[in-house]
Design a protein around this ligand. Structure first.
Ligand SMILES: Nc1ncnc2c1ncn2[C@@H]1O[C@H](COP(=O)(O)OP(=O)(O)OP(=O)(O)O)[C@@H](O)[C@H]1O
Length: 549
């Protein structure tokens, strides 16, 4: 029986939906005031000592660093042109196929021709003379070389000057703020979204930025009792290392008295299992199957490049966000290989998605994920997994036999020839015959099924999802259908546990935190206040910054 009435659920949903909308409205749309204190010079000196300064990290990878390096470069015409050129190259990489040639010619004419107004004076003579009268084929080869020379240039004098400029001081202030201790006081908490093995997942909102996230709470005593501490730390470290728009990302890791908390990308559009079985007729339309499969494939590819085997590929673990893009979630079973080509034998995964080699406990690696992807595509198209029909009761032994022996049959007309071929190749019984694992360069993204997908644009978020979840629907079970956790008895936490909790609760994850600060408008607000303060006639110079925004 449900303890909570429908009213409780309604109130929880309304509060949650309203909080989501306040984030959508952005900083400008919200009336609540926020205060922000950026640390002063002493703290900045301390932070500077701790950083291993590199151009790639400080000026390219870290979002706030990139923005401040851009601002610095904009004050010197030559540096500003160099960045404009690099920005154009990125635009070229993401351009639609039919726009590519025109853009390529424009870039060469604007930046590489010695007589052009924006010509890059630091480029080698060999480069500029090759640019005059170059054919399109030559240009395709010249632009990446010019890109390299430009980067080399920026890494020299401009980078050294940047490190001595007030822009870098500002960067250090943000870095100092990034290292603040994170506690539950930084967040508002909303309804529970789901239940995991060690605790609930609930929606939360960062007070400072108003960004919504999902918070996976892991009960400290339960982790200890079920010997889950090592696994939890590994999941946290893996999430932290991932930087893909196709995999859930970690924003904060902190602890409360009872829980270790992982604050991750909020995926509020429901999971693929729900969409396959609970909306309209079973299965998904082919445009959705294509879109999700392309995104999942990018997500798996990203993990594999980091030597991570996901090991739990299935529709239930693929979550949609409010725009209809999907990400892989629940990296609780993922493992990192010490060497990229190592193999492991430990049986892990979900029955019905585990590959023959995992079932037989034979050595396996990334090939296991490609097999599970084959099962997932089959399920998205037909509403049945390849080895078990919907609602069919099958014993573990029979399921095992089917996976090991049965040829997959495609009974539904919904399978196009290309979809069928993709599934067949992914579901090959032997890993060495399986798409994705046949040789070191085997890439499922090159399969004909994906011929209409521009993967670079997809990864950059420039392809519109074919389905957008309803913004007024909460795609989560009603509160009364989510079981509560019972108290963990008979476990005492000791010194060793406290040490582990400290190792886990590392606070803000730099790249995600910096993105959040920029996205929320806080970064621009601070910059404009600082800019006003530095104008002639304004005596109010600031070193530390304490702002009410
Ligand atoms: N990022 C997220 N956004 C929204 N909801 C989420 C998110 N992550 C998890 N959930 C919800 O919480 C539930 C439990 O999360 P998750 O599967 O990661 O926990 P778990 O401890 O690994 O559970 P299990 O081991 O049982 O799979 C999910 O089924 C989903 O409904």
């Amino acid at each position: 029986m449900c303890d909570l009435g429908g009213l409780d659920n309604l109130i929880a949903n309304t509060a949650y939906l309203q909080a989501r909308k306040s984030t959508d409205a952005g900083v400008g749309g919200s009336k609540r005031r926020r205060s922000l204190a950026l640390p002063g010079p002493a703290k900045c000196m301390e932070i500077r000592q701790l950083l291993h300064l590199s151009f790639a990290s400080e000026c390219e990878e870290q979002p706030i660093g990139r923005r401040l390096f851009h601002s610095f470069c904009n004050s010197v015409a030559e540096y500003s042109r160099a960045l404009a050129f690099l920005d154009q190259v990125v635009e070229l990489e993401l351009a639609e196929d039919n726009m590519q040639n025109a853009l390529l010619c424009k870039i060469v004419a604007d930046f590489l021709q010695p007589d052009s107004e924006n010509s890059l004076s630091f480029l080698s003579d060999a480069m500029t003379s090759a640019a005059s009268g170059a054919s399109e084929v030559d240009m395709k080869e010249l632009v990446p070389r010019a890109q390299q020379e430009t980067r080399q240039f920026l890494m020299g004098k401009p980078f050294r000057e940047y490190l001595e400029s007030p822009f870098f001081q500002r960067f250090l202030q943000w870095k100092a703020l990034e290292q603040q201790k994170i506690t539950e006081k930084h967040f508002y908490e909303f309804r529970v979204l789901g239940k995991g093995g060690f605790g609930e997942v609930c929606a939360i909102q960062v007070k400072l930025t108003r960004k919504m996230h999902a918070c996976k709470k892991l009960n400290k005593k339960s982790l200890k009792k079920k010997k889950g501490q090592k696994m939890a730390l590994l999941e946290k470290e893996i999430l932290e290392s991932v930087n893909s728009s196709m995999v859930v990302r970690l924003a904060y890791a902190f602890e409360t008295k009872e829980h270790l908390c992982l604050v991750m990308t909020l995926m509020n559009g429901g999971d693929l299992k729900f969409h396959i079985y609970n909306v309209g007729k079973r299965g998904l339309s082919m445009d959705r199957v294509l879109f999700y499969t392309a995104q999942i494939t990018c997500g798996l590819h990203h993990l594999h490049r980091l030597s991570i085997i996901y090991r739990d590929m299935k529709p239930e673990n693929v979550l949609l966000d409010e725009r209809g893009n999907c990400r892989l979630s629940d990296l609780g079973l993922a493992v990192v290989l010490r060497n990229a080509d190592d193999k492991i034998t430990q049986r892990a995964g979900t029955n019905g998605y585990m590959s023959p080699e995992v079932i037989k406990e034979e050595p396996y690696s990334y090939d296991a994920d490609w097999f599970a992807l084959g099962c997932t595509i089959h399920e998205m198209i037909s509403g049945n997994t390849p080895f078990r029909n919907f609602h069919e009761q099958v014993s573990k032994e029979e399921l095992r036999r089917r996976v090991l022996q049965d040829k997959v049959v495609f009974t539904k007309t919904a399978f196009t020839a290309e979809a069928q071929d993709l599934c067949t190749q992914l579901l090959a019984k032997r890993a060495c015959d399986r798409l994705g694992s046949r040789n070191p360069n085997d890439d499922p993204r090159q399969h004909g099924f994906f011929h209409s997908i521009n993967f670079q644009r997809l990864e950059a978020g420039l392809v519109s999802p074919p389905f957008v979840p309803d913004p007024d629907v909460v795609y989560a079970k009603d509160l009364c259908d989510i079981d509560e956790f019972s108290e963990v008895k008979g476990v005492e936490l000791d010194e060793q546990d406290l040490k582990f909790h400290k190792e886990f609760a590392t606070g803000c994850v730099p790249l995600t935190w910096q993105e959040e600060i920029i996205e929320s408008g806080l970064f621009d607000d601070v910059e404009s206040v600082q800019h006003r303060a530095s104008l002639p006639g304004n005596s109010e110079r600031r070193s530390g910054v304490c702002l009410i925004l």
